[in-house]
Design a protein around this ligand. Structure first.
Ligand code: ADP
Ligand code: ADP
Ligand code: MG
Length: 616
């Protein structure tokens, strides 16, 4: 996206310049809202994202730090430095990263800037699921039946299961993004389930506290968008259904939630407003419910903009990011509950870089050699990438979101299928074939699905069998070196000077190499899908008696010790990477002579974790 000269700056109350503390599609989305409103946008980027789309399309871009999120997008100190240096007067955190971090919210306010989000106290209450369940209860909204405090040991899980019935979900109090949850089917699995949930929670969120909840086996995930202003008004903007999930993470979302009996959506809206009011909420938030057998229960509240906010935008006609900015600037909500109209239906698919073959949804990373997004009537695409950009293994692999609107669900569904058929992604596998299958499935059409439907009911070996096939040969975009005339050609190049990114135009002759951006590396080698790291994650490679890790991550378990005899295919450890626990498998047999890692160790791609010798 070329950076157009900035139009007239139109201050929104005290906001003129917004630091977007995020990356990928949501950063781009927020910058677009800023531009629509006449506000200046400031990007932050890690070393892995120096040439990333969000840095390219902001008005200004500043380096945060190394690729590792802890030293860049998760560093409050570094964000505060950029806030000061850029002169931004507001911070929008997007979702994920520090969006639900009260410390950042407080630091931004203490620096005299505007926090585009709820008050830090509300973030705190809702960030701890144990506390938020209690808050919902005292507001008169029932949470899923569960334990009231942190679990002290497996016996409590067993007691809860005996009292409320199995299965039981063990969930991390500070969990998010579908992580830190284990479902245990019986008393025998309680100890192992609790240990796994606590370990994942500790590793991912730094806090291991877990609680138990009754696990509903055929529910729908229905949530309510809420909005509050500084004047104390809180209202809701209708429902969304996000029941199509894998690994407790959403893949398809729609608004409004279809097929609910009369009165349920309204009751959920009222309940969501009660929960929000009870914690003194303002700005955008989402109250998530789980719905089964005509009953709904409070699941959690997300104190931020949601990934799937576009479906609500399309059925309400409201720019939710624009509204977040104006409410943060102190403006009252410009409409009342009675004035809100839900018009038609919208459906969204999250395009993740994952190989869905056989229903496995294996995370992938690598360069996108070609990306063609859909267009046409009532179709919207929000992407964080363009052709040549790289999906980094360091971050979430959400590549884009595709959304369609129609006067009813069926028209929206057909339009989205049409949009999917226009979309081309090459270089990395994506979830799109699975989503096309979902949208075309009779159960989805008739709304007979649930949160466990995609994983438990669909026959993936029939829908998407086998290993990913190589993509059809498609010409890669003409490289600057070979296209055009013989004379020098203008090329826009990003250069970083003193930690700030500038775009400059250089004139290069054909054949002359263009100063490299990381994204150009992908363009040089538009390899077949599955090349490089894509789709190859959970395998360890043994070469010359050494077992190496396939990608950067954290070792959570080591299952072998020196002296052990290994067979080909034996799991020797567990690596947490790309939001999943992956088995590291030995590709040769032999005796372990050395183990070089311990649980908790951070490892990089290719690091040797064990050495084997041939057993004779
Ligand atoms: P939504 O309901 O909007 O999908 P999620 O809870 O799935 O909300 O999270 C939104 C995004 O933020 C996802 O991309 C998810 O991977 C990411 N995310 C959520 N929690 C965390 C966290 N604690 N650390 C890093 N990323 C997170
Ligand atoms: P996160 O913070 O990771 O988003 P949630 O509590 O929102 O955690 O749960 C994520 C998903 O996990 C839900 O959308 C649902 O599919 C599933 N889930 C969570 N709790 C339960 C439960 N008690 N019974 C059945 N499914 C559940
Ligand atoms: Mg949730």
């Amino acid at each position: 996206m070329p950076v157009a000269p900035l139009g007239r700056i139109t201050p929104l109350g005290r906001i003129t310049k917004v630091l977007v503390a995020n990356r990928g599609e949501i950063a781009v989305r927020i910058m677009r809202a800023c531009r629509d409103l006449g506000l200046v946008s400031v990007a932050v980027y890690s070393d892995a994202d120096r040439g990333a789309l969000h840095a390219r399309c902001a008005d200004e871009a500043y380096r945060l730090g190394p690729a590792r999120s802890a030293e860049s997008y998760l560093s409050v100190a570094r964000l505060l430095e950029v806030l000061k240096r850029s002169g931004a007067d507001a911070v929008h955190p997007g979702y994920g990263f520090l969006a639900e971090n009260a410390e950042l919210a407080r630091a931004v306010l203490a620096a005299g800037a505007t926090w585009v989000g709820p008050p830090p106290e509300a973030i705190e209450v809702m960030g701890d699921k144990i506390v938020s369940r209690a808050a919902a209860k005292s507001a008169g909204v029932a949470p899923v039946p569960g334990t009231d405090g942190p679990l002290s040991g497996p016996a409590e899980v067993v007691a809860f299961g005996e009292a409320y019935g199995w299965p039981v979900a063990i969930k991390a109090a500070f969990g998010g993004g579908g992580r830190g949850m284990r479902v245990v089917a019986s008393a025998e699995q309680a100890a192992e389930g609790l240990e796994a949930a606590q370990r994942e929670a500790k590793g991912a969120f730094g806090r291991g506290e877990c609680y138990a909840e009754k696990y509903l086996s055929w529910p729908r995930h229905v949530e309510v968008q809420v909005f509050g202003d500084a004047q104390g008004h809180v209202l809701h903007l209708g429902t969304r259904d996000c029941s199509v999930q894998r690994r407790h993470q959403k893949l398809v979302e729609e608004a409004p939630a279809p097929g609910l009996p009369p009165g349920v959506a309204g009751a959920m809206g009222d309940a969501a407003v009660k929960v929000a009011k009870a914690c003194g909420y303002s700005n955008a938030g989402t109250v998530e419910f789980i719905y089964q057998d005509e009953e709904f229960f409070f699941l959690e509240m997300n104190t931020r903009l949601q990934v799937e906010h576009p479906v609500t935008e399309l059925v309400t006609g409201i720019d939710l990011v624009g509204l977040q900015l104006s409410v943060a600037a102190g403006e009252p909500l410009p409409f009342g509950q009675d004035e809100l109209q839900i018009s038609g239906h919208a459906i969204e698919v999250r395009v993740n870089a994952e190989d869905p073959s056989n229903g496995r949804f294996l995370p992938a990373a690598g360069p996108i050699s070609r990306l063609k997004l859909p267009a046409g009537p009532w179709v919207r695409s929000d992407s964080g990438y363009e052709s040549g950009d790289v999906i980094s293994q360091h971050y979430d692999n959400l590549l884009a979101k595709l959304v369609a609107w129609g006067p009813d669900r069926e028209v929206a569904r057909r339009r989205l299928l049409r949009a999917l058929s226009e979309t081309v992604v090459e270089g990395v596998p994506t979830t799109l074939p699975a989503q096309a299958a979902v949208l075309a499935h009779d159960d989805f059409i008739a709304c007979r699905h649930s949160t466990t439907w995609l994983t438990d009911r669909l026959n993936w070996s029939e829908i998407l069998p086998g290993a990913p096939s190589a993509p059809a040969a498609v010409a890669s975009p003409p490289s600057p070196a070979t296209s055009g005339t013989q004379g020098p050609e203008p090329q826009d190049v990003d250069v970083e000077v003193g930690g700030r990114l500038y775009r400059v135009r250089v004139w290069l002759r054909p054949g002359q190499a263009r100063p490299g951006r990381e994204r150009d590396k992908g363009r040089e080698k538009p390899g077949p899908r599955g090349a490089g790291p894509a789709g190859r994650l959970p395998r360890g490679g043994a070469a010359g008696g050494e077992v190496t890790v396939p990608m950067q991550g954290t070792i959570v378990r080591v299952l072998v010790k020196p002296g052990d005899l290994l067979e080909v295919g034996q799991v020797i450890g567990v690596l947490e990477a790309m939001k999943m626990e992956n088995n590291i498998v030995s590709e040769s047999s032999g005796r372990v002579v050395e183990v070089r890692v311990e649980p908790g160790a951070s490892v990089g791609t290719g690091d040797v974790i064990a050495v084997l010798e041939e057993d004779i």
